[in-house]
Design a protein. Sequence first.
Length: 241
Amino acid sequence: MTINRDNKVRKPIRKTVLIAGLIFFLLLSTVLQIMSYLFVSSSLTENYNARMNDILTYIENNTDTDDLKECIRTGTTSEKYDQLQHMLNRMVDDFELAYLYIAIPEEDVMVNVCSATSEAERAAGETDLPILFETDAYSKEELELFRSLAELDKVSYVEESSDYGTFYTACKPLYDSKGEKICLACVDLSVDDMHATIRRFMYLSLLVISLVGGLCTLIALTWIRKNITSRCWPWKKVPAT
């Protein structure tokens, strides 16, 4: 009869190393996933903000606000207004935007100044909204929010909901040549599209983290088994007496 103390000790230690390795892999994956989510969300938000700011700046630089102010006063369009309408229609498709519009938020309604109509909407039979068209699709709280944004002398970014859906919106006031604020230019991106983009990045990062983390953990466990656990046994098989 022999006493194999080597085998008795080896099994629990190997089991402990395996469990420790799995715990390490799970913790590493969780931490990296959280960091990846924060980084992706922050990077995409900054990218969206820069993109929307460029669009609003382009509209501001290519709009004759004095002419637009006169169109608002009279409720009639002009040649320059028609050019503005065509520009917005083109931009909403070129930049794949949900909505692109210039409006005046009143207490009870949102007053259209000029709103883009996408190619898909025109194909479905929709036409450009007339100037000074009023819509009550916005709640009083939403209208109050837009009025507060119109008071700011900068580009503002908000997530807002209406009867049309939930959107990530950037707004910028437009001024005439005398510095008088006349309306608010806005660009909307679908929140669902933004979240879908983030999810795609997260799925990809999760796959990469799992593969790399699993491979590193496997290599570490193999090295530990060969270089530590297999060499730490002081006992040998002892013949029975």
